[in-house]
Each structure stands twice: as C-alpha cells, then as structure tokens.
Design a protein around this ligand. Structure first.
Ligand code: UAG
Ligand code: ATP
Length: 496
C-alpha cells in the first residue's frame, strides 16, 4: 500500500528518517510483523509495545509509529511520532484493510448474556438460506463453516479489520460480531460500520472492570451510538423491551429500533410458549402477521435469543418464513446448554453460565423436567483475580439446584480458599460441597449422582482448558464426567 495514502488523515507530530514509498504490512505485534511493514507501538496492560520497536526493526519493519521515545536506527527505519498510538491504529487499521465492513451487512450483538447464542443463531440461519456468513466471538472466528481460534470475544482493532476483510473477500454477505463492553470501551470496533445493533440484556457482570452497572450499561450503549448519523443508510437497532436497559439503548441511536419481548408490548412478541425437555415452541406476533415457531433449543432464555435473531434478520430483509425455517433446525451453540451424548442413566449438560442471571436461567431451563425423586446437581466455579462481588450472588442463584458443587473456573493466581469462601457466603441451603480442583469437583458430581439425576457443569462451556497461574492446562468437564460415569454406572445399570 502507498505509505502516503495509509498515513493521510493521521494527525502526525513529526517524522524522523525517510518514509518508504510503499509498505507491505501493518502490525502491533513485533513477533508476527512481516518485512516491509509498519509497527505501531501499543502500551498494553502488561507490557509497553515501545519496548519491542527494535525487535520489530530486526524483523524487517520499515516504519515505527510511536508516542514515546524509542531507540532505533533512523538510517534503517522511519519513526512517525503521534500523540496516541491507540488512536493511530484505530485510524490506520480500517484504512489498511480498505474499510471492509462497508462491503457486507454487519451485525453487532451486545449484552451480558446471549451474545454467543444469538450470533451463532444468526450465522446458522443465514447459511441455511444459502448465503455465505462469518461470525466472530467467544468461540472464535467462523468463516462460513471453518473455525479459527481468536484471543478475545471482541478482538483488537487490527485483528477485527483483518477478519472483516477475510470475510468480505470470501464473499460473505453478512458478518456478525459479538461486541463486548471491554471491546467498545477500548475502541476495538473503531472503523467498523455496523448496520444492525442488537441488545440482549444487562445484568451483573464485569463490575471489577466497569465499577458500576451504570458505567457497564453505558459501555454497551456505545454500540448503538456508533451506528452513527448517516441517516441515508438503512440501519436498525434491535432491543429487548423486557429489559429496563432496552429503552436506554434506544435513546442512544437516531435509527429505527425494533423491539422484542415476552412480557412487554413489542414488535416481535412470543406468546403461548411451550418449554419442553427436547425443544421449545411459541406463537410469534410480528409486523408481518402471526407464525408458529419451533426449535430444538431449550429454556425460556432461548426464546429471547430466537426473538432477537428473528428481529435482526427481519431488519436485514429476510422473510420471516425463511428465518423460522432456519431456526427449526439449528443446534445449540457449542457449550451453551449443550447435552452431553450418553446412554448412561443420567442427563448431563455443559454450559457457559458464569453470571448470576445466566446461572438462574440455565437451572430454570431444566428444573421443570426433573422427576420428583431425582436431583439437579449444579457445578459452578468462578475465575480467580476477577469480579469478586458477583461470587456470593452466583452461589445464591445456584442454590435453586438441589445440590451445588462450588469450584473454580480459571483460578489463575488466586488460592482456591478465597474463591470458595466468597462463593460459599451466598449459599442458601446446606446441600453443597466446596472442591477447588475442578476435575475433582466434576468427579464428585458423578459420584453423588443417582440414576435419573440431571447435572449441569457450568462456566466452562466450549473451553477445553483451565488457567492455573499463567498456564493453560487441558480440561474438559464433559470428558471427565463421561469417564467417571462410565466407571460408576456402566456395570450397575447397563446390562448386555
Ligand atoms: C486486559 C485486556 O484487555 N487485555 C488485552 C490486551 O492485552 P495487554 O494490554 O496485556 O497486551 P500486552 O501484552 O501488554 O501487549 C501490549 C502490546 O505489546 C505488543 N507486544 C508484546 C510482546 C511482544 O513480544 N511484542 C509485542 O509487540 C502486543 O502485541 C501489544 O500490541 O490486548 C490483547 C491484544 O489485543 C488482548 O488479547 C488482551 O485481552 C485479554 C486476553 C483479556 O483477558 N481481556 C478481557 C478483559 C476482555 O477483553 N474480555 C472481553 C470479553 C468480556 C465478556 O466476557 O463479555 C473480550 O472482548 O474478550
Ligand atoms: N438471553 C439470555 N439470557 C440469560 N441467560 C442466557 C441467555 N442466553 C444464554 N444464556 C445463558 O448464559 C450462558 C452464556 O451464553 P452466551 O455464551 O450466549 O452469552 P455471552 O453473552 O456470549 O457470554 P460471554 O460474554 O461470557 O461470552 C449460556 O450458557 C446460558 O446459560
């Protein structure tokens, strides 16, 4: 790319050395920059990228963008001095990738719970009707059926633009992105033009980062504010009218807002909801008339997720018949109330609930189907060195289950004892155990289970690791549970 073009529009304080005519890469990581590239030094939470400028030069960088003094040989490399490198990369990244979000319908999904579930519903339905689609989020980057690992739910601004470019070049008509409040506040979405912004709900989470619910809600609202003011373009907000924050989101955009709800008046409303053990059906009231909807996903929370998806795809211009045709056949997102296949006499679910509201919703999804003489066992852990205020509230919600096993979910550097005692403070009954080692906690759940019991392993979802210290160790709730259950139940209950 022509260097002049890349840097036009960037407020530059001064340039040292000679800028090359063209550059071949744009990077924020000295370890992966290609020769001939521009390295932007980012001050992170852990290290300062300015310390890696020399390494980037050794890798072949031709230009360094910096906001602090750096020690490199300006015979070999040009230094572009700016005030703020975070703002610089936010301007450079979309330009370098040629503003790719303008080439597709971009859908952003935000909210405390349901982002992954709704994003994957949208992606699956779009693919079902025969269009190419991409989605990024907690599970990774799914480029029309091929999954790539990513670091964050909402990636850094450079990765984001690179993934959008990949999706556009692949011919995707739509890209759906899970939008985290961290991502919005840190400007990771700069240069991403969304067409549809979806808000699922807001409840207690991440208060260690945001400080208050008001700040947290405001951060989510940035997605709606960032729809912009170019009212010539057809853009839409989609909000949950049953959530008090739905109205606040509506105030943050000038674009039309479509509402969905179960309890309140809304454009898309579910009535006559039938929650089954193997699926859900409801009657849909919509601006296009009434429809019967059925799907294999369980729990009332998935009715909300389905309504959000129907409203967003309606905003994109897809017919409601086609949308509900797709909904009828889609599987649960990986690790979201996902049933573990087994012919042993137990029902096992792996779930990603790690906020108080999600815990309550996950338990309520199965409680009605439990036999009177069987138990619902709930295994729940929380992360170390993160939001401590939510711990007792998580245990309080988990107490709806008959038996609760309190454990850890990425303890990091925090001792098991402090995590467990803060969880334990919220327990509402005595039927529980505290077991810090998650593997032992999963085995204990199987060992206290009787035939016919239901166990939900919550918090890890799709993840196949446990972070202890700074290291990721392989860990799968489903695999450990099946192994233990085979030992315990196979000989006892399965004849032949
Ligand atoms: C606290 C936080 O936001 N951390 C993010 C941040 O990491 P960091 O600031 O520690 O980065 P750093 O290691 O200091 O590096 C600074 C710079 O030096 C560069 N560097 C570093 C080393 C080197 O050898 N060479 C080099 O050039 C790095 O590439 C980077 O440009 O920048 C990284 C790259 O973009 C992110 O992956 C990382 O997210 C971490 C993994 C994280 O846990 N973030 C959480 C708080 C988060 O953002 N979560 C939300 C989801 C929340 C939800 O559940 O809803 C999310 O969107 O993921
Ligand atoms: N609409 C919803 N309302 C409340 N709880 C939900 C909803 N959808 C899913 N859940 C519960 O929350 C858990 C997490 O769901 P999901 O991964 O879709 O949310 P998320 O917003 O992507 O979460 P995260 O930000 O942690 O990745 C699920 O496993 C389920 O237990």
């Amino acid at each position: 790319m022509k260097t002049d073009y890349l840097f036009s529009g960037l407020p530059i304080k001064r340039v040292e050395g000679i800028l090359p005519e063209t550059v071949t890469d744009l990077a924020v990581n000295s370890r992966t920059i290609n020769a001939g590239g521009v390295f932007v030094c980012i001050k992170g939470f852990t290290v300062d990228g300015h310390a890696y400028a020399q390494k980037a030069v050794e890798m072949g960088a031709r230009v360094i963008v910096a906001s602090s003094p750096i020690d490199v040989d300006t015979e070999k490399v040009a230094i572009v001095h700016v005030d703020d490198t975070n703002r610089a990369i936010a301007l450079l990244a979309p330009r370098y990738y040629r503003y790719p979000s303008k080439e597709m319908t971009m859908i952003g999904v935000t909210g405390t719970n349901g982002k992954t579930s709704v994003s994957n519903m949208l992606h699956s339905i779009i693919r079902h009707i025969g269009e190419k689609s991409a989605v990024t989020g907690t599970i990774g980057f799914d480029l029309d059926g091929i999954l790539y690992e990513t670091e964050n739910t909402t990636n850094d601004v450079l990765t984001t633009q690179q993934l959008i470019r990949q999706a556009a070049d692949e011919g995707c008509t739509t890209m759906t992105m899970e939008v985290s409040s961290h991502g919005l506040l840190e400007g990771r979405l700069s240069g991403t033009e969304f067409d549809i912004a979806v808000f699922t709900n807001l409840s207690h989470d991440h208060l260690d980062f945001h400080g208050s619910m008001d700040n947290y809600g405001h951060a989510k609202g940035l997605l709606f504010a960032q729809l912009g003011q170019d009212l010539e373009r057809a853009k839409f907000g989609v909000v949950n009218a049953d959530d008090p924050w739905g109205h606040r989101m509506k105030e943050m955009t000038s674009y039309p807002v479509i509402t969905f709800a179960i309890k309140s008046q809304a454009d898309f409303k579910a009535t006559d909801i039938k929650l089954g053990v193997d699926g859900t059906s409801f009657h849909l009231l919509s601006p296009e008339g009434e429809f019967d909807v059925s799907m294999s996903l369980i729990g009332e929370f998935n009715v909300y997720n389905a309504l959000a998806s129907i409203a967003a795809l309606y905003a994109k211009g897809i017919s409601i018949e086609k949308i509900i045709g797709g909904l009828a056949i889609i599987p649960a997102a990986k690790g979201r109330m996902e049933k573990v296949e087994t012919n042993l006499p137990l029902t096992l679910y792996v779930d990603y609930a790690h906020s108080p509201d999600a815990i309550e919703k996950a338990i309520q999804a199965v409680l009605p189907y439990k036999d009177a003489d069987s138990k619902l066992i709930f295994v729940i852990g929380t992360g170390g060195n993160r939001d401590r205020v939510k711990r007792p509230i998580m245990a309080e919600k988990a107490s709806i289950a008959d038996y609760v096993i309190l454990t850890t979910d990425d303890p990091r550097d925090e001792p098991f004892e402090s995590i467990l005692s803060e969880l334990e403070a919220g327990m509402q009954h005595q039927q529980y155990a505290c077991i810090g080692d998650r593997e032992l906690a999963v085995r204990h759940a199987i060992n206290i289970a009787d035939q016919g019991d239901i166990i939900i392993f919550a918090g890890k979802g799709h993840e196949d690791f446990q972070i202890i210290g700074n290291e990721k160790f392989p860990h799968s709730d489903a695999q450990i549970a099946l192994e233990e259950a085979e030992k315990k139940f196979r000989s006892r209950f399965i004849k032949n």
